[in-house]
Design a protein around this ligand. Structure first.
Ligand SMILES: Cc1cc2nc3c(=O)[nH]c(=O)nc-3n(C[C@H](O)[C@H](O)[C@H](O)COP(=O)(O)O)c2cc1C
Length: 129
């Protein structure tokens, strides 16, 4: 919690597990999301108290989800992370994605190469550093 609040940049690995995030990552989020610490309720609704930082998510998936509406509707990993960190006031959530990792060696190699190529753009000016 304190480390999260103090950080300018947070990098996390988030594999897709059964259309969502691993239970270990969920357990960490359940400790970080605390009323009057990382968010609070006001007359105008909830506001985040953890803004001003950059979160970089290394997102991995066995299958393909980003290339179809049906796939995007099924995944509750990247969409969930954007929602929960947005709720905490973090608007700068960046995704480095490797998907299709279980769809054969060629698909895996292509996905990893594409993800590596994305890293410079997704880490540039993190938290305006
Ligand atoms: C318990 C479990 C559930 C998983 N569920 C999904 C899933 O719903 N969709 C998917 O595309 N991949 C799923 N995977 C595959 C992981 O996303 C994949 O293993 C992960 O991205 C990391 O890749 P790696 O195994 O090559 O390290 C699952 C893997 C495990 C272990």
């Amino acid at each position: 919690m304190s480390q999260f609040l103090a950080a300018d940049v947070v990098v996390m690995g988030a594999p897709l597990y059964n259309f969502s995030i691993p239970s270990q990552l969920k357990a960490w989020i359940d400790r970080v999301v605390q009323v009057d610490r990382t968010f609070k309720y006001t007359d105008k609704g909830p506001i985040g108290l953890a803004g001003g930082k950059t979160i970089i998510v290394a997102s991995t998936r066995g299958g393909m989800y980003s290339t179809s509406d049906a796939g995007n509707a099924m995944e509750h990993q990247e969409s969930y992370l954007k929602t929960v960190f947005g709720f905490l006031g973090v608007t700068d959530v960046r995704i480095v994605r490797a998907e299709g990792l279980a769809m054969g060696e060629a698909a895996k190699a292509a996905a990893l190469a594409a993800a590596h190529a994305e890293i410079p753009a997704q880490t540039h000016n993190a938290a305006n550093q």
